[in-house]
Design a protein around this ligand. Structure first.
Ligand SMILES: NC(=O)c1ccc[n+]([C@@H]2O[C@H](COP(=O)([O-])OP(=O)(O)OC[C@H]3O[C@@H](n4cnc5c(N)ncnc54)[C@H](OP(=O)(O)O)[C@@H]3O)[C@@H](O)[C@H]2O)c1
Length: 264
């Protein structure tokens, strides 16, 4: 399948659109959502050890075996540890447990929230150890400011940061003024969490009119907007058919007047 890619120095090329999994569990419907994501090219799958208390990582592991067994390398699995305790041992053990549940290596590993500056180098040391052991391929940070990212990079001895995952959507654009240009200049993948503002965006009536004029859906417009900014949005859903709708954000660009409308 010819899937639109986002290529960055840190990690190479990944699908330009991904899937968030915070609302999944372990049902057949959830499995079908992952099956559609893999079939329609939403290959960057974002998860966390806390989603369904590990159940979602297990489900992703099963989906990768059923739907992508010969194409594991197409998928990019991002998972996270809950940063309540920020010690070397905790991070290593948490990553090993996530990798066991996934039944495979982790492509990008990050904390599920900010890290205290005082613990940063210990956490980065754990990431580097995990890369050496083959448990993870890359490390990143989430809900992070530029200063934290710069400090974390100074801690790294051998492996630089690969990705940052922050909230980014037309209603929440703060990173456009600093972090996104920084990430792009440094070749770090920027993953846009909450790209539909938890569903708020699709309720906008004027956006619905604009979408209808362009022959698209509101979700496709919001996702395309983010993709055109060079970031990888990770929308979630509880419906397998919605994944196919999201995949309709591939293969076109948002006209200038639509960009203006979204940003006014
Ligand atoms: N790193 C972090 O700390 C962090 C923080 C926040 C989020 N995230 C990641 O970002 C992912 C997505 O963010 P999010 O959970 O805030 O959600 P989101 O992707 O911004 O919004 C998803 C919501 O939009 C709804 N939606 C889509 N199209 C719709 C339509 N046409 N009509 C009505 N509703 C529609 C979906 O409903 P349906 O279920 O009915 O489709 C779903 O409830 C999460 O799953 C997670 O992976 C990470």
């Amino acid at each position: 399948m010819d899937v639109e890619k986002r290529c960055v120095k840190s990690i190479g090329c990944v699908s330009a659109l991904g899937l968030g999994t915070s609302s999944l569990g372990s049902s057949e419907t959830d499995m079908a959502i992952l099956g559609n994501a893999l079939a329609y090219g939403l290959w960057l799958i974002d998860t966390s050890e806390v989603y369904g208390r590990g159940q979602v990582e297990e489900l992703i592991g099963r989906a990768l075996k059923s739907f992508a067994k010969h194409e594991r390398e197409n998928a990019v699995v991002v998972t996270k540890f809950w940063p309540d305790e920020q010690s070397f041992d905790k991070v290593v053990k948490a990553a090993e447990a996530s990798s066991r549940r996934l039944g495979t290596y982790i492509d990008i590993y990050m904390p599920h929230g900010p890290i205290e500056t005082a613990r940063l180098c210990e956490v980065v040391k754990a990431f580097e150890e995990l890369i050496e052991r083959g448990v993870i391929r890359h490390w990143g940070l989430s809900i992070a400011r530029r200063e934290l990212i710069e400090s974390a990079r100074q801690c790294a001895k051998k492996y630089d940061i690969a990705a940052v995952e922050n909230i980014y959507n037309p209603y929440h654009r703060i990173d456009e003024y600093g972090l996104i240009p920084y990430a792009q200049k440094e070749g770090v993948l920027y993953i846009a969490a909450s790209p539909l503002a938890r569903g708020l965006i699709v309720e906008n009536r004027r956006l619905a009119q604009l979408a209808a004029r362009l022959g698209k859906t509101p979700a496709q417009i919001a996702l395309r907007w983010a993709m055109d900014k060079g970031v990888v949005p990770i929308p979630r859903t509880n419906r397998p058919d919605r994944v196919i709708e999201y995949a309709g954000a591939y293969g076109w660009r948002l006209p200038e007047d639509a960009v203006k409308f979204l940003e006014e």
